[in-house]
Design a protein. Structure first.
Length: 260
């Protein structure tokens, strides 16, 4: 047994493994199609380890999960949306990297959380009123992409800005999932240089990621199967409620940090 693997195994307690498994399962279900659940993964894992360690372990896992997600749904992507949002997401990630020391994570979480809750409530009300789908202007897509990249880099919360631009379009279920899977696969790869520069990819973290990988892959596969059991209206109802749940969690985290 490699000494790095032995050290990684012996250094962790039961709490680490329980929270790590729950976290990767949440990310797997999110990658499988239940967008929004992923933002809960790092906070859950942080119950058993530091958030920095959780993020470092998760990134290699996310890169593998993205392969399965894109393979399952990527062919259904909206390429026009991606052409608008991916370049601006690159700018947002670069800004988040450059401004990380100046922008409090709690402030980003609080702002995104409040907006996500309000948006989720608004979308549920609009759905009940039968409001027609709306295609936003190109500049809105640029702004949403930049915001998603920025909040993903700062607070691992890129989902709400992306969804706030894409959900009102009323895309077919598989197109929404495929576009989301490709968008966040690109974002995750763009994060690799920053994590590498910060020294996050230690042998111990990589071994832990490898040990958690089977559960992560199984959860992603399960997500792709479960999400197909829901038709378009029910799928979007779930996503809207997840937006409210995620917004509540981010708001709570932001307020808790300020109160501490």
């Amino acid at each position: 047994m490699p000494p790095e693997l032995l050290a990684a195994l012996t250094a962790q307690d039961a709490g680490f493994w329980v929270t790590a498994l729950i976290g990767v399962v949440l990310f797997g279900l999110a990658k499988g199609g239940f967008a929004g659940l992923g933002v809960l993964g790092v906070p859950v894992m942080a119950l058993g380890m530091s958030p920095v360690t959780a993020a470092a372990i998760l990134l290699p896992i996310l890169l593998v999960q993205d392969v399965f997600s894109v393979r399952a749904f990527g062919a259904h992507r909206d390429s026009g949306l991606l052409r608008v949002m991916v370049p601006s997401a690159c700018i947002g990630i670069a800004a988040g990297w450059a401004l990380a020391r100046y922008v409090p994570v709690a402030m980003v979480e609080l702002a995104v959380g409040v907006i996500a809750m309000a948006f989720g409530v608004q979308r549920i009300a609009a759905h009940r009123r039968g409001v027609a789908a709306r295609i936003g202007a190109a500049w809105e897509g640029v702004a949403a992409g930049a915001a998603a990249g920025f909040t993903s880099q700062i607070a691992h919360a890129g989902g709400p800005p992306f969804q706030m631009h894409v959900l009102p379009r009323g895309l077919p279920r598989d197109v929404f999932i495929g576009t989301s899977s490709v968008f966040f696969a690109v974002i995750n790869w763009l994060k690799v240089p920053a994590y590498w520069a910060l020294g996050a990819f230690t042998p111990a973290n990589l071994w832990l990621a490898l040990l958690l990988m089977p559960a992560a892959i199984l959860a992603t596969w399960a997500g792709t199967k479960l999400v197909r059991r829901f038709d378009g209206p029910r799928f979007y109802a779930i996503i809207h409620w997840l937006m409210i749940l995620v917004g509540t969690k981010l708001t709570w985290d932001g307020l808790s940090a300020y109160a501490a």
